[in-house]
Each structure stands twice: as structure tokens, then as C-alpha cells.
Design a protein around this ligand. Structure first.
Ligand code: HAM
Length: 429
């Protein structure tokens, strides 16, 4: 068929748009409850905004081209560099900590697969200007609260959390030089996707010995507080480097969210700029891709805007979240049903239907009526097909009495209602 959407791009038919709006509604609700203000930036940015700091993986997925003015540009694959630039440009005037959220559409030329498309919408919540672990916990809690608001508990969604400072400390102790940390992070990031032999070969090809490569993978396999404590006991100042991570996990427990949390050192995040606590949300059954990812990135504002401000935030896409929602309740999101379908008994009643429909819409009611002359039976069928809860029937006899008939389309019950009381009658569900 001609004229299909590009691979990885979506047409949003009304049911899809309703699901998207449900997700956007929850995102805005949680952002508001946490006191975050909305911002946005341009969908097209200078290419070097991403080539500088985002890391090879995302740079390899850029939609990039030269514009008609000869500039190298890219569709935004993520929001964080734009945010860092915007904040850095006005840093002195902005009250800290800055709590901003955005819901951009992002573009990545990824291999299309379940949960990963070439465009997606992403809630970004970022807290800038506060270096402490309570800020990390605040951001992780907001991500968890999105899934809680959608009705998912810890048996459905897990928060997997780690800290790059802890991983770096353990890797350093394992013999990884500083210059090879990003090589080691790259292998750990893929620990659940690629076989251990492949990862070890990659580490050795990058310059590590086979023994150190094994130790890198052992760090990435550490799970839970006890295993972490035991590993850190071997490292000088081990407890100190885990202080912020422990404080963050403790704060989440104080908030009553401890049941969601898994300490998991395989979480290092694919993007290059993270410097501290890092986390991802996953479905507990692990059949879906990551629902959300984020962490602390204290060096990015300096690198992109010359301003030294610590920052922590997350991005949560609409694609996997949508799969989670439709998986739990397949008939899930629907556009709000009509409050009433107005029915004209005869052609003389049509102008009264138009006037009444307009009055009801002005009063905030959702109403429709037939757009061409039709018999009563056909109009009632149409009303049912449109999912209306009630039909409001306007006929000559009722009009003469200043009334309409309100028919409940679920049980067929009818009531005569004075026209001036119709708004109230439709407000009662
Ligand atoms: P990210 O891990 O690249 O992080 O993306 C965050 C989330 O966006 C993922 O967990 C997933 O839900 C969604 N996502 C990413 N790529 C795709 C895709 N191709 N199709 C569907 N969904 C996708 C970032 O983008 C960071 N900038 C997040 C951040 C904000 N860190 C600090 N502040």
C-alpha cells in the first residue's frame, strides 16, 4: 500500500491517541505533584550538541543531515543536552534547585523491535543544582510514582539502582585503569543481552587482560545489599563510596517505596554523561525493554554551557509504558464517552437540536447528533454506535411542553426533563 508511515514511526488512530493522552495525563499529574515546571526546546538541534557528550551508541542512531544553510543538524534523540544548554544559558537567574519537566518527541534510528521505535515521547524530569542523595531519591521516587499512579505495584515494576562511583571504585580495585572505565561500563551495560564470552572478548580487544575482564563481569553481576557490602569490604574506603547510594535507597524506603528497589550493579546506563546514582525501571517479568532510565550527571552543564551545576533526572518513554498498560487491561484507554446523542424526531426539530447541542457544549458536555435527516430508529442506532450513554430526544409534543425525553441507552429507561434542567440532568452519571 502506498503512503504508509516510515518503519518505526506511528500513526495515532483515536484509540492510540487516547492511550497516549492517558499517559501524558499521568506524567503531568506526577510532575505537578512534585512541583516541577514544564519547559520545551527545539526538535532540531546542532549536531555537535550530541556528538560532544551523549556517547557513541546514541550518536550512531542520529537522524542527522545538512540543512539548506549548510549547518550540520540532528533531530533530538534525547532531551538532556537541550536542557543542559537551556539551563546553563540562564543559570544565574534561575532559582535553585531547578525542577523542570518536559514531554518531547524524540528520534533515534534504532533497529525496530518490541518496545523500541524510531520515534517516541519521553517524560523528562530533572532536578538541577542539588548534589545530595535526597535529590537522587526524589527523582527515582517520581519515576516510581508514575507507574504507581497507573496502578502498578512492586510485583509488576522494579526499580533497579546502582551508582557509577561505586562501580568505578570496584572496577578500579579489580585493576581497570581510569581510561578504560567507559569500556568496562559498555560491557556491564550489555551483561544481560550479550553472552559472557562475547563481552569478555570485547574487553580483551579493548586492552584489558582476560583475568581483569572476568572481574569486570563479576562486578556487573553483583546484586543486593549483602553482596555489595561484601565486595566493598575488600575496597579501601569502600563504605564511603557507597554512602550516597545507601542514603538514596534509605530515603526511598522512608517514602514507603523500598519494596520496588533492587540494588543491581549491572545498571550503569548506556549514555556517557552519568556520574553518580543511576537507575532503570523494568517490568518484574523482564519480558519488556526498560520503562525508564536516569541518574546523576554532574559534569554535563559544565561541558555544554560552562556552568558548574550538579544535576539528576530521568527519561521515561511512552512505548513500553503503553505496552504495560495495554497488557494489564487490553481494552484500556478509550476516549471519554459522549454524555448524550441528541435526536430530532422530525425535520422541524433539527434547529432545536442544533441550539440545544450548542448550549450543552458551551456548558462542557460532550454531545453529538446526526448530520443528516434520518429516522428515529437510525439516529438511536447511531447513538449506540457512538457509545453515547443517553439519547436526548427532541420532538414536537415535548417541545410544546418545554421538555425533552432523556433515554438511558444502557437500560432503556426514559424521563421527561424540562429543557432548562437538561445540563444538570446530563451531569448526573
Ligand atoms: P535513555 O535510557 O536513552 O535515557 O531513554 C530513557 C527511556 O526512553 C528508556 O528507558 C525508554 O523508556 C525510552 N526510549 C529510549 N529509546 C527509545 C526508543 N527507541 N523507542 C521507545 N522508547 C525509547 C535518556 O534518554 C536520558 N536522556 C534520560 C535522562 C534524563 N537522564 C537524565 N535526565
Amino acid at each position: 500500500m502506498q503512503g504508509q508511515a516510515l518503519p518505526g514511526f506511528r500513526d495515532f488512530y483515536p484509540g492510540d491517541a487516547a492511550l497516549r493522552n492517558q499517559i501524558f495525563g499521568v506524567w503531568r499529574d506526577v510532575a505537578a505533584r512534585y512541583g516541577f515546571e514544564e519547559y520545551d526546546g527545539p526538535p532540531l538541534e546542532p549536531l555537535e550538541l550530541y556528538t560532544e557528550k551523549s556517547g557513541d551508541e546514541i550518536v550512531g542512531q542520529l537522524y542527522e543531515f545538512e540543512d539548506k544553510g549548510g549547518r550540520r543538524v540532528a533531530l533530538r534523540p534525547e532531551m538532556t543536552p537541550t536542557l543542559a544548554r537551556m539551563v546553563a544559558a540562564r543559570a544565574p537567574a534561575l532559582k535553585k534547585p531547578i525542577r523542570w519537566f518536559s514531554m518531547p518527541q524524540l528520534f533515534r534510528y534504532e533497529r525496530q523491535q518490541r518496545g523500541r521505535l524510531r520515534e517516541h515521547f519521553q517524560l523528562n524530569m530533572d532536578l538541577i543544582g542539588e548534589p545530595g542523595p535526597l535529590a537522587d531519591a526524589e527523582i527515582a521516587a517520581a519515576a516510581v510514582d508514575v507507574v504507581r499512579t497507573l496502578g502498578f505495584g512492586p510485583e509488576v515494576v522494579r526499580l533497579r539502582i546502582s551508582d557509577r562511583r561505586v562501580v568505578a571504585g570496584l572496577l578500579g580495585h579489580a585493576g581497570v585503569p581510569d581510561g578504560m572505565l567507559s569500556l568496562a561500563y559498555g560491557a556491564i551495560d550489555k551483561i544481560e543481552r550479550d553472552p559472557p564470552g562475547v563481552l569478555a572478548d570485547r574487553l580483551v580487544a579493548g586492552g584489558l587482560s582476560a583475568a581483569i575482564a572476568d572481574r569486570v563481569l563479576a562486578v556487573g553481576r553483583l546484586r543486593g545489599q549483602d553482596a555489595l557490602d561484601a565486595a566493598l569490604a575488600e575496597v579501601p574506603d569502600g563504605a564511603d563510596i557507597a554512602e550516597d547510594l545507601s542514603a538514596c535507597v534509605g530515603a526511598l524506603a522512608d517514602m514507603g517505596l523500598g519494596g520496588f528497589v533492587d540494588l543491581d550493579l549491572s545498571i550503569v546506563r548506556g549514555l556517557a554523561y552519568y556520574t553518580g546514582v543511576v537507575f532503570e525501571l523494568f517490568d518484574a517479568g523482564r519480558s519488556l525493554r526498560a520503562i525508564c532510565g536516569g541518574g546523576r550527571y554532574d559534569g554535563l552543564l559544565r561541558a555544554l554551557g560552562g556552568v558548574d551545576l550538579p544535576a539528576v533526572g530521568f527519561g521515561m518513554g511512552d512505548v513500553v509504558l503503553g505496552e504495560l498498560i495495554t497488557g494489564a487491561a487490553p481494552a484500556g484507554a478509550r476516549a471519554a464517552p459522549l454524555d448524550a446523542f441528541l435526536v430530532a424526531v422530525g425535520s422541524d426539530d433539527v434547529s432545536h437540536v442544533l441550539a440545544l447541542a450548542h448550549r450543552l457544549r458551551d456548558a462542557g458536555r460532550r454531545v453529538e447528533y446526526a448530520l443528516k435527516a434520518q429516522g428515529l430508529g437510525k439516529q438511536l442506532k447511531l447513538a449506540a454506535a457512538r457509545g453515547a450513554r443517553r439519547a436526548v430526544i427532541v420532538g414536537p409534543d415535548e417541545r410544546a411542553r418545554g421538555e425533552v425525553v432523556v433515554r438511558d441507552l444502557t437500560d432503556g429507561g426514559e424521563q421527561q426533563i424540562a429543557v432548562e434542567r437538561i445540563e444538570d440532568a446530563l451531569a448526573n452519571v
